[in-house]
Design a protein around this ligand. Structure first.
Ligand SMILES: C[S@@+](CC[C@H](N)C(=O)[O-])C[C@H]1O[C@@H](n2cnc3c(N)ncnc32)[C@H](O)[C@@H]1O
Length: 261
């Protein structure tokens, strides 16, 4: 079988994970059909082709426009690192804002097959709250995001208000916190942790150290979903976490800290 292997992708420069581009595209297509249906997936693909050809038609079917239309939430666009309203000393480590794919997130979470009602969910570097909105569809005890940019945090607050107004929330409290991921301390209860290419290894190591200290007494398993896992080696080297799986051709990695008995 033909094997298309790259070590970097144009969309995620710097991601050094090897992946099979063909299988990755096939998986993405399957997941889109599963969550969006055939019609909207085909229209979405046509919208991308039209946009690439400079034809501004079918725009409503592009991912973020669909989100805006369906859920009333704005998770649109890319905010480059230089344009983020964050402290200067954090700029070297921070990554640009860009929303996760809701479909990929749902696929990974459903594959975990856990009882969400026994967990809190946390997104480090939560931006406008795209993943908070996706996680809010599951019965987590709470869904919390920590975001360093005040502007993105304000948009997240509006999005949470809109989701709640539309009754699209199954989780308990949905919270966006304006702050630094490195300073956030977790309550000692079971967590599903999420990071999508938010910051460099310095901050990630601080986050991992806090997780380890704060959840030391938690006996249940802890899950760490890592999207675009640029610094996966830190988790692989961690004595606490085991790698459960690679998904989307290595664009996602799932780690777990086993139950303590
Ligand atoms: C790629 S975006 C991910 C957004 C969101 N998690 C999602 O998946 O849709 C990364 C976010 O991390 C934020 N960020 C960067 N450094 C941070 C830090 N030290 N503490 C909290 N947030 C940070 C950025 O402002 C940006 O919004």
């Amino acid at each position: 079988m033909l094997r298309f292997v790259f070590t970097k992708t144009a969309r995620y420069p710097g991601l050094e994970v090897e992946h099979n581009q063909f299988l990755r595209s096939l998986r993405t297509l399957f997941v889109n059909i599963k969550y969006r249906g055939v019609r909207r997936t085909v229209l979405g693909l046509l919208a991308i082709v039209c946009a690439k050809a400079g034809l501004p038609i079918l725009q409503d079917y592009r991912f973020y426009r669909q989100n805006l239309l369906e859920s009333g939430i704005d998770t649109d666009g890319i905010v480059e690192r230089e344009a983020l309203d964050i402290p200067e000393e954090r700029k070297a480590s921070a990554q640009r804002y860009e929303a996760s794919s809701e479909n990929e997130f749902r696929h990974i979470l459903e594959k975990l097959n856990i009882d969400c009602s026994a967990y809190r969910f946390i997104d480090y570097g939560s931006g406008k709250g795209a993943v908070l909105a996706a996680a809010a569809r599951y019965p987590f005890q709470s869904v919390t995001g920590i975001e360093l940019s005040g502007e993105l945090h304000q948009t997240a607050l509006q999005n949470i208000e809109e989701l709640t107004r539309r009754g699209r929330v199954r989780a308990g409290d949905i919270i966006s916190i304006h702050g630094d991921a490195a300073s956030y301390r977790l309550p000692p209860v079971p967590h599903v942790i999420y990071v999508f290419n938010a910051f460099g290894p310095d901050i990630l190591q601080g986050v991992l150290d806090n997780i380890s200290a704060d959840l030391a007494e938690v006996r249940e398993p802890i899950y760490f979903l890592y999207n675009n896992p640029m610094h996966h080696k830190l988790l692989e080297l961690s004595p606490e976490f085991d790698k459960l799986s690679n998904a989307f051709g290595g664009k996602w990695m799932v780690f777990a800290r086993p139950a303590k008995y």
